[in-house]
Ligand binder design. Sequence first.
Ligand code: OSB
Ligand code: MG
Length: 376
Amino acid sequence: MLTIDAVHLREINMPLAFPFETSFGLTTTRRILLVEIESDGLTAWGECVAGEHPYFTEESIDTAWFITETELAPRLVGQEIAGGGGCCEIFRQVRGHRMAKAALENAVWDLEAQKKRVPLAKLLGGTRRVIPCGVSIGIQPSPAALMEKIAEALETGYRRIKLKCKPGWDSKIFERVRARWPEILLSCDANSAYRIVDFDRIAEWDEFGLLMIEQPLWYDDFYFHSMLQKRLATAICLDESIRNRRDALAAIAMESCRIINIKVGRVGGFSEAIAVHNAAAERGIPVWCGGMLETGIGRAHNIALSSLENFSLPGDVSASARYWAEDIIDPEVTVNARGEIEVPRGIGCGFTVLRDRIETLTVRRQTLRAAARVTA
Ligand code: OSB
Ligand code: MG
């Protein structure tokens, strides 16, 4: 059993090495909530992937901080818990706030792996020794700038290029990219930028031979995605719409998608991510691991998750250097010439968290202990 002695929350501020633009906005600096859990002299970290604003899902770093401080961490401290799989039940009374829950749950899984002296990937049921990697390329200031970014990623070895798109940055762009690279695995991600009036235009994208079109319609929709999927040869991939295993079952049954992007934060932690993975595997639906511009802590957890068998498509788990001048783990995450990341074999997440570096980036902190609450 693990006794949860303390939960530490901190906010760090980290500038991205390159600004990232999606259909919902531009990110240049990340404000990130990290949690650190202490148990019997062991310590493990979790990263909350909520952004600064509630533009991707309903959560933001500030809602996550509030719910973690006032609801989730108080339920966890002082508990005796068998492992990460026990967190769902402890948090059950709190509805939603899945990214906040995931940060804590994932840290408990990490603690469990440390206690059992096994790699986190193995504890989660992973079998892959390396994971295939893709990149997500944001909307660029010009088509020429985009072409340069793609060329760079392909030279590095990345196996799939995903282009962020929105009305005005779509078919013309796909056409240019396909003219230069007719054969590469290419996909797009609209982050819900399209509506029913766009169906005819989206149907024309079949000519670009995209691997998938990610979340073209509303963030909470299955029905209209199913209507759109009927009109497309290209697979729809759902991201935002899939919050849990039941959503995956509904989307698959309704044929709203043929591929699922799993983000461990979006579904509330490793337990639910594994449940979505299994539900998709049993129905012949491939999955891949999405990214949320994570630091090394979240990235290490994504690598462990990606080692499960049905993560068969290249994910958005990329090298640290694509995001940060200097990461907060050691070694930083690197991608080999075949576009793969090696799954660490060491105990726990397999990386060392750079506490001193985190200290210099910290702008806010809070500690919750079993007996009394202390503000450092
Ligand atoms: O929809 O996949 C998305 C980043 C922030 C929010 C949403 C998304 C993304 C990405 C970036 O596509 C993936 C990454 O490289 O971390
Ligand atoms: Mg997406």
